[in-house]
Design a protein around this ligand. Structure first.
Ligand SMILES: CC(C)(COP(=O)(O)OP(=O)(O)OC[C@H]1O[C@@H](n2cnc3c(N)ncnc32)[C@H](O)[C@@H]1OP(=O)(O)O)[C@@H](O)C(=O)NCCC(=O)NCCS
Length: 402
């Protein structure tokens, strides 16, 4: 790799944004610089330079992530990753990933996470797909909330100013009960509420409706349905901390007149929605994709931080070809917590660190990964034990695009 890597400061941001815009296909405007300065810590950007020009970059955000059992763990969320079209496939991304993740390790970060533009990039760096994102569409003229359900609790439409003070606390209550839930800090919320015209295409500004236990934020898009003007409704956020809140917000959404299609980008696989409505087939899954990718950087710390569905033990032989952060560990876990310590005992399972990342939030089963050759069962019954241990009560979901 014939480039120089360098950590940035605030003065680098215009060049970084120019390079980011080229990679992802847009131009930042002058006032975007101030917005980004509020959102990013410029010293978290790592750039690759060729002859003084930025030709590759990566960034990360500090987040808190909810783990199965409800504990939280500090993670770094990798973002703004790109290499300029003139310099691709020369190993620049690989060099950036190595330098950035070695800094995470030096800073004591046990887990890194990201969402990927393409599914083929990050497995080689020890990441495993660890949640699923499901896009759901309903035609609200064909689907209603069941009539036999209890009466709706109050749902109120509020202004953006009111939403700014009402949403964060409701989001946080959802996040703390959802494995994989990624925190949103003040800077994130401020940026999210800017809701600039340039970011929303032909869709409206957001509308907000709140319930005691949650909220929905959505946009309306003018469409023609069967020759008549109507709106489609695109849900940005729908987060609730109770089943009553979930039901009441869906009743609200499906009751909005002059609307045809309702689209939700991230409905968990275990969302009860199909059973809440009178026409389950009307809830159509139109995409099912990898969501959050997890990279364990300190296996013992990461595994001991979550709790496990049932009491049990496993000796894991973890391979890490990219950063050599693997090794053999004994995990003892249960609903009340866990310990994880280095071990020299015979392993029950052998797996790559990426496969362990895929198990970490409970969204994928060891048995499934073994069928794909990603986990090797070394002692009889270990796969079934791993399935039980790592399983979660609620489907993992990250909630925060970054
Ligand atoms: C993805 C991207 C950053 C890769 O950068 P790069 O410097 O070309 O990557 P490297 O040269 O370090 O490639 C390392 C390996 O990954 C592979 N690879 C890189 N990009 C890939 C992709 N999009 N899909 C599959 N494999 C990919 C390379 O072939 C190489 O494989 P090898 O080690 O077997 O030879 C670059 O193509 C890019 O900027 N894409 C557009 C923006 C983007 O999608 N960013 C990621 C946001 S999450």
């Amino acid at each position: 790799v014939d480039v120089t890597l360098r950590w940035c400061d605030a003065g680098d941001l215009p060049d970084v944004m120019e390079a980011d815009g080229r990679a992802f296909g847009f131009h930042y405007e002058a006032d975007d610089l101030d917005d980004k300065l509020r959102l990013h810590d410029p010293t978290d950007f790592l750039v690759a330079e060729d002859d003084g020009r930025v030709v590759g970059l990566t960034d990360s955000f500090p987040f808190d992530m909810t783990l199965p059992g409800g504990a939280g763990i500090a993670v770094r969320g990798v973002s703004w990753v790109s290499v300029q079209p003139t310099h691709r496939r020369r190993g620049i991304l690989t060099a950036l990933m190595r330098e950035q993740h070695e800094r995470f390790v030096a800073d004591g970060v046990a887990v890194a996470v990201l969402t990927a533009s393409e599914g083929g990039i990050y497995g080689r760096f020890g990441y495993g797909p660890a949640t699923l994102v499901r896009k759901v569409e309903l035609d609200r003229r064909l689907v209603s909330v069941r009539r036999d359900l209890p009466d709706a609790g109050p749902v109120q439409m509020v202004t953006a100013e009111e939403a700014r003070s009402l949403l964060p606390e409701r989001f946080e209550r959802w996040r703390l009960r959802t494995p994989g839930g990624i925190s949103r800090g003040e800077a994130y919320w401020t940026h999210w509420f800017l809701d600039k015209a340039a970011w929303r295409g032909s869709a409206s500004k957001r509308f907000y409706a709140v319930h005691d236990d949650g909220y929905v934020a959505y946009r309306r898009v003018q469409q023609w349905h069967d020759g008549l003007p109507a709106h489609d409704l695109e849900v940005d956020d729908l987060f609730t901390a109770s089943e009553a809140g979930h039901r009441d917000l869906w009743r609200f959404l499906l009751g909005i007149d002059l609307v045809g299609k309702v689209t939700v980008w991230d409905a968990p696989l275990d969302d009860p929605l199909p059973f809440l409505v009178d026409n389950p087939r009307g809830v159509r899954t139109t995409a099912l994709l990898d969501g959050l990718w997890v990279r364990l950087l300190d296996v013992p710390v990461a595994l001991a931080a979550r709790s496990y569905a049932v009491p049990g033990e496993l000796v894991l032989d973890v391979r890490d070809d990219f950063l050599s952060r693997g090794g053999r560990v004994r995990l003892r876990g249960g609903p009340d917590g866990a310990t994880c310590t280095p071990s020299t005992d015979e392993p029950d399972l052998a797996l790559g660190v990426g496969a362990l990342g895929s198990l970490y939030l409970g969204a994928h089963r060891a048995t499934t990964l073994a069928r794909a050759g990603l986990v090797e069962e070394r002692s009889s019954g270990a796969l079934a034990r791993a399935d039980l241990l790592f399983g979660t009560e609620r489907q993992a979901s990250y909630g925060t695009p970054f």
